[in-house]
Design a protein around this ligand. Structure first.
Ligand code: HAM
Length: 414
């Protein structure tokens, strides 16, 4: 028989890891809600040109990594490679700007990029992201950075730090682009074929080319800082003031340009010590909403690469599940009836209806490294009680059916 395997670049999240995923999702959502953010869910499939226009045709994400296909009516569609363009589309389409002055949104879901798979790099991966629309003040950039840092703190992530830079407003970016063009023109012959096109269309993207030669040439390229206008400088200084005040660990990195076209002014990435790849990235994008047909709306956001965070989440969950063993047919129904009430009160009960003797049941639980079990046999039914056993310590307790919930809670404390 042919054995099926997962598609290259895709991955399964198995139950042990699933616990960490749930923990991360829950805590990240809690933190977002403390900051006044609400969830938005957008579809995985969007029109292809949403990303071409939104993220940029010359970006690797769009030009090389996007999953594109035609539906049965010949519409050109794409699996979303990132969330920002989709959220902007939804923000405009649903006129959220009419509802509130500032919209604070978060999302959690799969993204797709036909990237070269390697450790921490998948073709389907999850983003936990936020987008804040309508906030112009640099402290909004600071707050989004602080929110990101708070999510890491809340989920027990340590040793992370921010790299931060400013790409300037559209005028600064335009000037910078011209300056880069002049610089790279001198090396045209040595650039890769893609960068030769970028040189004409979008020289900034040469800075994130992965080709060895292009990277070498980029090292000496002019830096944006030389071009920033006074307003952009002031904006950046204010962001820095905020994050210093909030004790965020950061470094200014003048070479940070991010791989997406929509950014203006602040851009940032987060790195965990010893890791080469960023675990999160984001920035301000003040022109995207208007470029996509909405009103002038400043915006700032970030996305966390969830797969890159999960290995750093400690598995601290204590085993609170109780495995229930019934000896004999009659005990099964008796047990289900009496125990289910306890489950309704929030205690995890796992029933095993298979016919085995007690010794074999316990052998299996020992092998599976389970901690708690409840045993119900003839005697227990007769005395209207159950046995709660701690498989690790070997201790056993008899708990009467009348006092089941409190009895279990009390004994599981020890
Ligand atoms: P991004 O930097 O392209 O930004 O993605 C954010 C994070 O997703 C990265 O820092 C990385 O941790 C993770 N990531 C990217 N590609 C992969 C992959 N192939 N496999 C696993 N993880 C990956 C954005 O997408 C922007 N939309 C973020 C943003 C929101 N900017 C403003 N608002």
């Amino acid at each position: 028989m042919e054995k099926y395997r997962k598609v290259r670049g895709m991955h399964d999240v198995l139950p042990d890891e699933g616990i960490k995923w749930n923990f991360f999702e829950k805590k990240a959502k809690e933190v977002c809600e403390l900051f006044g953010f609400n969830q938005i869910k957008t579809p995985v499939v969007e029109e292809k040109n949403l990303f071409e226009r939104g993220v940029g045709e010359q970006t690797d994400i769009v030009s090389k990594e996007m999953y594109v296909f035609k539906d049965r009516k010949g519409r050109e569609l794409a699996l979303r490679p990132e969330g920002t363009a989709s959220v902007v589309r939804s923000y405009i389409e649903n006129q959220l700007y009419l509802k509130e002055k500032i919209s604070r949104l978060y999302y959690f879901g799969p993204m797709f990029r036909y990237d070269r798979p390697q450790k921490g790099r998948y073709r389907q991966f999850y983003h936990f992201g936020v987008e804040l629309f309508g906030g112009k003040h640099p402290f909004f950039d600071g707050e989004v950075i602080y929110l990101l840092s708070s999510i890491f703190k809340k989920t027990g992530i340590k040793n992370y730090s921010f790299k931060i830079n400013s790409l300037g407003c559209s005028e600064c970016k335009l000037k910078y682009s011209e300056k880069l063009k002049d610089y790279f023109q001198n090396y045209k012959g040595q650039l890769c074929d893609d960068c030769k096109i970028r040189l004409e269309k979008n020289p900034l993207r040469i800075l994130d080319c992965k080709n060895k030669n292009c990277r070498e040439i980029s090292k000496k390229a002019p830096e944006i800082e030389e071009i920033l206008c006074n307003n952009c400088k002031k904006h950046f200084d204010k962001v820095i003031e905020y994050i210093k005040e909030m004790d965020i660990d950061f470094k200014i990195d003048k070479s940070l340009v991010r791989g997406l076209d929509y950014y203006t002014r602040t851009v940032f990435e987060v790195f965990i010590e010893g890791e080469e790849n960023a675990v999160a990235g984001g920035g301000r994008y003040d022109n995207l909403v208007s470029q996509m047909g909405g009103p002038e709306t400043p915006a700032v956001g970030f996305a966390i690469g969830v797969e890159r965070i999960i290995p750093y989440i400690k598995d601290e969950k204590e085993d609170r599940a109780i495995y229930c063993v019934f000896i004999g047919e009659e005990a099964k129904l008796w047990g289900v009836k009496n125990l289910s009430k306890v489950r309704e009160k929030g205690i995890c009960l796992i029933f095993d209806y298979e016919e085995r003797n007690l010794k074999n049941h316990l052998k299996i639980y020992n092998r599976e490294n389970r901690k708690w079990c409840i045993i119900i046999g003839e005697n227990e039914m007769k005395n209207n009680q159950v046995i709660l056993k701690n498989m690790k310590s070997g201790q056993q307790f008899q708990i009467s059916v009348e006092n089941l919930l409190d009895g279990i809670k009390e004994k599981m404390k020890c």
